[in-house]
Design a protein around this ligand. Structure first.
Ligand code: FAD
Length: 501
């Protein structure tokens, strides 16, 4: 297969990218790009599951819609939420027909769990807490069977090829060495999250905001960038050197775990007495932040000591084994946790077909703003969003691709290649974002960060460099800047955006 031209170029091999690829007609040539290894993605890390009312019951659909809107502080686009929930059944059914297996009881009935903000048990899971890994493995097996789909790994998309408001492909860097264009009739950005922009994140470290950076340089519209969700329970360790933190799924609280401060007080009763530990993530993360502040510490505890260790080991094998490796036995020990960056609720603005404002360009998955999350995402709605909107993007492409022509009329600019180390700049971005654009924000800190980021961006743009690290750092600063600018404009506190002044 000619690597340098294709019908559809999909940038990203997470759930969004893979599910779009398998829903595109087999007569259409699809190229899937992965920045590093195919399995390195947030999708592979997902533990909890996929929210879906797997039925036609209108009243249950209505409850899922209401839970999503409530978690999003009603800043969601109601049409998009209805689209998500009403198409959930069909999207998950397709996944199951493709061979994905979800956990069932011994009578063959699906086992559903509950997470924060959900009013009923509606979350599919697989392998206990290995949902993402299992879904990705099953989809990769399907992709490998499809002759029209070609995966190119260790290849980073650097920038989009654009002319007259139309996107015609992307410039890529293969194995950090070969620089060339891939021409395409349609391009789908499916690059996932932005975790590496912060000093601590639950995300895969590939999440440097590349899709956001590329779309920004191509003039796309963005919305709700200020709404960055912090997961309340990332495993805390005093000695970690990586930005990445291990996530302890909310489903552990769904099954009955408590949160306690370092004085062993079950503090959620002060913040949300009705929903307690299962309040939406913004409320729980903000409560933890407050407790850490009041008790002069940098963590709280997840308490499972009233639960059966055998049940916990069976239900959460991934979490159980990771905690054990770190010296904590679930069911016996208090587990130290702290919030970490987890999910970007905003992103590249798209319509219900996942189309952006640039012609031939789509955005799906975490990188997109479809309108479903509002000011905060309801747990387990993001994998569902990947499924529903990837399917609608694929449908739109299947219906419209015929009229498109491949445009290869581009002169590819030669760029210098310096051996620079961007580590200190990345650290600076993370430090400012952690300090001023994290769970609690104020005008002074946001303005200071805005200025620092502008300076970094201007310096980077002055000295372009054909390396993966240069482009990642540029994407990080541009993403950080979009978040900070939006956070400055939003003066009220709402959802996961808490302004104290
Ligand atoms: C630890 C963890 C647990 C989670 N648990 C859940 C859960 O239980 N339920 C739920 O609904 N959500 C969960 N989420 C959120 C959810 O997993 C993500 O929002 C979702 O997987 C995003 O999928 P995606 O396909 O958009 O991106 P990803 O799965 O992150 O995939 C992005 C892909 O893009 C590639 N890429 C990035 N930049 C480039 C580039 N420049 N060139 C080429 N390729 C590039 C990456 O290599 C990767 O293949 C969790 C997230 C994390 C981090």
């Amino acid at each position: 297969m000619d690597k340098r031209s294709t019908d559809v170029l999909i940038i990203g091999t997470g759930l969004a990218g893979l599910f779009a690829a398998v829903n595109i007609d087999s007569s259409i040539k699809v190229t899937l790009l992965s920045k590093t290894k195919v399995r390195n993605s947030n999708s592979s890390l997902a533990q909890g599951g996929i929210a879906c009312e797997y039925n036609d019951d209108k009243s249950l659909h209505q409850k899922h819609i209401e839970d999503t809107m409530r978690a999003g502080a009603y800043l969601n686009d109601k049409n998009a939420v209805e689209f998500l929930v009403h198409n959930a059944f069909d999207a998950v059914k397709t996944l199951i027909e493709l061979g994905v297996k979800f956990d069932m009881d011994k009578n063959g009935e699906y086992l559903f769990t509950k997470e924060g903000g959900h009013s009923s048990k509606r979350i599919f899971h697989s392998g206990g807490d290995a949902t993402g890994n299992n879904v990705i493995e099953d989809l990769l097996a399907v992709v490998k069977q499809r002759k029209n789909i070609h995966i190119v790994d260790n290849t980073m998309a650097l920038d989009l090829l654009q002319k007259d408001g139309k996107v015609h492909g992307a410039i890529v860097l293969e194995n950090e060495a070969k620089h060339y264009p891939i021409y395409a009739k349609k391009v789908i950005i499916a690059t996932g999250g932005i975790g590496s922009v912060y000093g601590s994140t639950t995300n895969d470290l590939n999440a440097t905001g590349d899709g956001i950076g590329m779309a920004y340089r191509a003039g796309c519209k963005f919305q709700n960038m200020e709404f960055v969700q912090f997961h309340p329970t990332a495993l805390y360790s005093e000695f970690v050197t990586s930005r990445q933190r291990f996530l302890i799924t909310e489903a552990v609280r769904g099954e009955g775990a408590y949160l306690r401060n370092v004085e062993k007080e079950r503090f959620m009763k002060k913040y949300d007495p009705e929903r307690m530990e299962l309040a939406p993530r913004d409320i729980v993360s903000q409560a933890i932040y407050r407790e850490m502040y009041d008790t002069w510490t940098d963590h709280v505890y997840l308490d499972t000591t009233h639960m059966d260790p055998k049940f916990l080991e069976k239900r959460f094998p991934t979490v159980f084994n990771y905690c054990k490796k770190e010296g904590y036995i679930m069911g016996l020990d208090l587990i130290p946790v702290a919030p970490a960056e987890h999910f970007l609720c905003g992103g590249i603005k798209t319509d219900l077909d996942a189309k952006t404002c640039s012609m031939n360009l789509y955005a799906i998955g975490e990188v997109a703003y479809t309108g479903v999350h509002g000011a905060n995402r309801l747990a387990s709605n993001s994998l569902l969003e990947c499924l529903v909107f990837s399917k609608s993007a694929a449908k739109n492409i299947n219906e419209t691709l015929n009229g498109d022509l491949l445009n290869q009329d581009f002169v590819i600019e030669e760029l210098p290649n310096y051996n620079y180390n961007y580590k200190p700049i990345r650290k600076k971005i993370g430090d400012y974002m952690d300090e001023h654009v994290s769970i609690v924000r104020n005008e002074q800190g946001l303005s200071l960060t805005d200025k620092v980021l502008k300076d970094i961006e201007a310096n980077l743009l002055k000295y372009p460099n054909l390396t993966k690290y240069y482009y990642e750092t540029l994407n990080m600063v541009e993403t950080a800047h979009l978040i900070t600018e939006s956070a400055l404009k939003r003066e009220e506190s709402i959802g996961c955006h808490l302004r104290i002044k």
